[in-house]
Design a binder for this molecule. Structure first.
Ligand SMILES: NC(=O)C1=CN([C@@H]2O[C@H](COP(=O)(O)OP(=O)(O)OC[C@H]3O[C@@H](n4cnc5c(N)ncnc54)[C@H](O)[C@@H]3O)[C@@H](O)[C@H]2O)[C@@H](O)CC1
Ligand SMILES: Nc1ncnc2c1ncn2[C@@H]1O[C@H](COP(=O)(O)OP(=O)(O)O)[C@@H](O)[C@H]1O
Ligand SMILES: [K+]
Length: 511
């Protein structure tokens, strides 16, 4: 399923009217009718309902006029509220029809809004702003939106809840809290990412008659099973462990021994043939939590943190690895930086960099330059704060435009970026996938280490970095969702996500 930005939607609209010749009024008529159909489907009868349709002066308001016209045919109590009757040319066509049909049209004012508080509406249609919202909402608009939110009515938002930015999902001053949002062609970014997603209620996507052939070159998609290649999950009867790849992981410290265990356990549990863990000697006591199948390469350490001198003794192993994981639980430290520089200067292995690897990347110009020119495949897996450090911006800027942030990281380092969050974004700098699976039960220290392990395992099994990242993000969050069938968000743990990979992979293969 594709996801659109407002400029892509406008371009689709432009092509439909200018290149194909479908007039804008036809699209507006179709859009309004789709919303009406959805309302009609939800209510057995509409003739006994009090309905208000709030319309802005742009084309979103025009859609609202169409909805009002259809509603007025089946319900005597439809009121239209306008902010301004200086509406767009296309909308005016439908406003004029409403006037001729003598539908109850009112121009909003503070006084009118006060009087509305004494009335009760069963259904409210929000057609105030759509993809054209351009600045923060204030004044009467804000008061009306607050009124809608406090009204207790069932609220339909046309295209997107007014106040939600369709490109960033940020709330511009305030926003309508919809019960249902009916949008057109494809969902917009604002429906998918948070916080916008909270405001949408159920999102219904409707076809308004735009020909498929002009909807192309869209580079943002919701990640679904259809986007995944599971061909390499098949294990040939005459295969051996070498066929499924060797993962090398540099992780753990005396402070975070569990991070190394989670990452390597996850790699093993998702199918790689062999998993080697380079971890400080001091961490070996953490034996119980590590799968016995993991091959441990104990690195001499300095105060419980891997030392450069200890690390280089294992150089010969690097020729064996099909992929290298770097960063989980290492701590941010000069030795860690030296080791990463050594790896980037001396080896050519696909690499997945997480956690402290990313922190070192953020602060070291040498690491940045070396990584950008490193020839093998690269995956960077920052959460929002790590992304902010890597980009040297405030975390709020990442949250405001996470897709741009992820693309920027991917482009700068010529890597796959997995920007982790409640909606994880995976991009190669061009194509973007948004993962909508997963749940807040995953918001626990260690979930990210598990994801890194799964990505490593997928690369070891022969997937490209991009394919591996998509598969891993999907499996990781699907596993957490399947766990919720028996457990709660409070009780699921990152280690359960690893155990759950069993039923998750089965489900993915079955389809
Ligand atoms: N393919 C398309 O693009 C289609 C678009 N349609 C509808 O048209 C909508 C887009 O229409 P528009 O581009 O006219 O945009 P909108 O109707 O979303 O809003 C634009 C208007 O709101 C004003 N405005 C923006 N932010 C404001 C703020 N904070 N405070 C006060 N005024 C503000 C602008 O000055 C402009 O007058 C879509 O969301 C959809 O509902 C449909 O008619 C079907 C086809
Ligand atoms: N609310 C949420 N909904 C869905 N997934 C979530 C949520 N919170 C966290 N996650 C997922 O959990 C993981 C957390 O990773 P990260 O922050 O790196 O944790 P850690 O570093 O402690 O291992 C990411 O994959 C993220 O997408
Ligand atoms: K709207």
């Amino acid at each position: 399923m594709f996801v659109l930005t407002s400029s892509q939607m406008r371009e689709i609209d432009r092509k439909a009217s200018q290149e194909i010749g479908i007039p804008e009024v036809v699209l507006m008529e179709n859009a309004g009718f789709c919303v009406f159909e959805e309302i009609k489907r939800d209510f057995e009868t509409l003739d006994d309902k009090n309905i208000a349709v709030f319309c802005g002066k742009g084309n979103n308001g025009g859609d609202g006029f169409v909805v009002a016209r259809y509603l007025a045919q089946v319900c005597p109590n439809v009121k239209v509220f306008l902010f301004d009757d200086n509406v767009t040319l296309t909308s005016k066509v439908f406003l004029d029809i409403l006037k001729k049909l003598e539908v109850d049209i009112n121009i909003l004012s503070e006084e009118l809004l006060s009087s509305l508080r004494a009335q009760r509406f069963d259904i409210i249609v929000d057609a105030i702003f759509g993809i054209g919202l351009s600045k923060d909402i204030d004044g009467l608009y804000k008061k009306v939106i607050e009124y809608i939110n406090g009204s207790g009515a069932y609220v339909y938002s046309v295209d997107i809840p007014s106040g939600v930015c369709s490109d960033s999902a940020q709330i511009k001053g305030c926003a309508v809290r919809a019960s249902k949002t009916v949008t057109f062609v494809y969902p917009k970014v604002g429906h998918i990412l948070y916080p916008g997603s909270y405001y949408c209620g159920k999102v219904i996507v409707k076809d308004i008659g735009i020909p498929e052939k002009i909807i192309k070159d869209i580079k943002v998609k919701i990640l679904t099973a259809e986007d995944l290649d599971i061909s390499k999950f098949y294990r040939y009867p005459d295969s051996h462990k070498g066929d499924y790849g060797k993962v090398g992981i540099v992780a753990g410290s005396k402070y975070y021994p569990g991070a190394a265990a989670l990452c390597s356990n996850a790699a093993l549990q998702s199918g790689c043939g062999l998993c080697y863990l380079l971890t400080p000697k001091e961490v070996l006591y953490f034996q119980n939590f590590r799968r016995p199948e993991i091959i441990v390469l104990p690195v001499e350490s300095k105060e419980g943190i891997v030392s450069f001198d200890g690390f280089v003794k294992f150089d010969e192993y690097f020729a064996k690895f099909d992929v290298l994981g770097f960063g989980c639980g290492l701590t941010k430290n000069k030795e860690v930086e030296k080791i990463l520089i050594h790896i980037l200067e001396n080896f050519q292995i696909p690499i997945v960099i997480d956690a402290d690897g990313l922190n070192v990347l953020a602060s070291s110009r040498d690491v940045r330059e070396l990584l950008a020119s490193y020839k093998s495949q690269k995956v960077l897996t920052p959460h929002y704060m790590e992304a902010a450090r890597v980009l040297d911006v405030d975390v709020k800027d990442v949250a405001k435009s996470p897709i741009d942030a992820a693309k920027k990281i991917a482009s700068e380092f010529r890597a796959i970026c997995v920007l982790k969050g409640s909606r994880t974004i995976i991009t190669d700098g061009d194509e973007v996938f948004i993962n909508i699976l997963g749940n807040p039960g995953m918001a626990k220290g260690g979930s990210g280490d598990v994801l890194t392990g799964i990505i490593l395992s997928m690369i070891a099994q022969g997937y490209s970095a991009f394919e591996a990242a998509k598969l891993a993000v999907y499996l990781h969050s699907l596993s957490a969702d399947i766990l919720l069938e028996k457990k709660t968000m409070q009780t699921i743990l990152p280690s359960d996500i690893i155990d759950g990979l069993d039923s998750t992979i089965k489900r993915l293969i079955k389809g």
